[in-house]
Design a protein around this ligand. Sequence first.
Ligand SMILES: Cc1ncc(COP(=O)(O)O)c(C=O)c1O
Length: 346
Amino acid sequence: MQQTPYFIFKPKILTQNYLEFETLCQRHLKNFKICYSVKTNSSPEVIKTLNRLGSNFEVASLNEIKLVPKKFVVFNGPCKIEEELRIAIKNKFLINVDSKSELEKIAAILKGKPAEVSLRISLKDSKFGFDEAQLNSIIEYAKSGNIFITGIHFHSGTQVNLHEYKANLEKISIIVYFLEKKGIKLKYIDIGGGFPDKIQLKNLNLSLENYLSAINQHLNKFNVTIILEPGRNLVCDAFELITKVNVIKENFGRTYAILDVGINLLSKITLSAYKFTKINKQDKEINKQKKEYILAGPLLFSNDILGKFIGNLKEGDLIKIENIGAYCYNLAWDLSYNKPKIYIER
Ligand SMILES: Cc1ncc(COP(=O)(O)O)c(C=O)c1O
């Protein structure tokens, strides 16, 4: 038996998810590029599998640039440095410019040579991109440095509900009309990520197709390539984590099952709903009365609590944790315990 905890990567699920996403894009969009958001899960096998399927990539740092094949790459982020920008320019990445300072850096690298870039536009108050009121002046400023705006980029947030998603698409189409009126010929509308994972779609009583059909409705009228940057929708259920119950204990009237994983691997900031299932079910336990256990991790932090489990647990039981493909691997803390290995399910 493998040493717990360990991750299991399921390339077949990732492949199914990518093909489903691509089929829906083909059904609803005239021209599109899927650029997987690398930060969501940058394990090399994920990148390799998606590359084989024809995916492009969205990166946000030098580390991520080094991980991806140099085909069509979207470069995002509010903190791009000169070294990254030089590589992006040399490899003809689509740069989604986040600030005036970044435009100045690009102009300095290019020394007057013309270039095309995209602008990140923020639909709400945030540290990202430009607000709508800045668009006129930034486009003129770019032009004066021989830099031409041929794309715009938005990101609606993550696990976004359809109502909010549609409202953002509506705002985007108004901005595109405004830019067209100004004589700006866009090649790309990059709509970022925001496609919920399977569990969230089920909770919202929606399907991925609802999102793609909304994009069709609002943006297909423009003669551009739509860039989509899915993250969690592709990888969330393509990873599982296997953990062991190491200790059962009682105090303050509660029963705790202490696992060998905690918030060091299952951070709340991933915004994923984790699903816990005991995998060594034994027949004789069927008639036992169910109990409530608080699932807690091994760390010396009092907030290292993962959730509740109703059933029967004993020390040595194995628990499978599903829906952990987004961020858990990349955010894993190297604190008291090492980052677990990833086994690939063939
Ligand atoms: C710019 C950008 N694109 C894509 C994504 C992926 O988002 P999601 O996993 O919700 O599809 C993110 C995640 O926050 C992002 O910031």
